[in-house]
Design a protein around this ligand. Structure first.
Ligand SMILES: [Zn+2]
Length: 215
């Protein structure tokens, strides 16, 4: 049973398409497996639709039909679907993640790897998968802006609580945390941040030197 969900504000931003592409993907992956949030997003979308219907109809200009037909002629091509990399085949991935372009994994320690997602116009945002073996502590870090996490496999704990498979976590620049994977299972998470994370501890700074500001 999912314990941690995106806040109503975040779901409203998602419904309005107001989040950056990586954050949209994390929420899409959450609602793929969460009927509660799925119905809340549908409510927001219906509300937005009703507001549009209430608005006075704008008069159509004479060439409106021609312009619509021209747009149909140049319809966007089908988005490219990317194959799931070998190293992810053993995981049950949510549908929205499966067609994403996922880069090669970078082993940070024997127990931890990162794999970046190639998102459109990502700017300073970062979206990536992070894997850690059971009983592994990740580097202490803080954030500039928000960090969205969706647990795809296993569970982790940090100062704010325990996050199990299908749970969502949001942290911001007020939080410095040291996530630790529980001893029962390995852990795979999808993470999207507004800006690269800031590692704080000493071993962490070595990791940052290795990975640069990729994550
Ligand atoms: Zn939910």
């Amino acid at each position: 049973m999912t314990q941690h969900h995106p806040s109503p504000d975040i779901l409203a931003e998602y419904a309005g398409g107001a989040l950056h592409a990586g954050a949209m993907l994390v929420i899409a992956c959450h609602i793929d497996g969460c009927a509660v949030c799925r119905s809340e997003v549908a409510l927001w979308e219906n509300t937005a639709g009703a507001l549009l219907e209430d608005a006075a109809p704008a008069p159509l200009s004479d060439d409106a039909l021609a312009r619509v037909l021209a747009r149909l002629d140049t319809a966007e091509p089908e988005p490219v679907r990317h194959a799931v990399p070998d190293f992810l085949e053993r995981f049950a991935l949510p549908a929205p993640l499966k067609s994403q372009k996922i880069g090669r994994r970078r082993q940070v320690t024997p127990n931890i790897w990162f794999a970046p997602l190639d998102m459109p116009s990502q700017g300073s945002t970062r979206t990536y998968l992070v894997y850690a073996g059971r009983n592994t502590v990740l580097a202490e870090h803080s954030h500039a802006g928000r960090e969205f996490t969706q647990v795809l496999k296993g569970a982790f704990v940090d100062g704010t609580g325990r996050y199990d498979e299908a749970d969502f976590a949001c942290t911001d620049d007020a939080i410095t945390h040291t996530p630790a994977v529980t001893r029962e299972s390995e852990c795979l998470c999808l993470i999207s941040t507004d800006k690269p994370m800031r590692l704080t501890g000493f071993p962490a700074r070595i990791i940052q030197a290795v990975t640069g500001t990729l994550y």
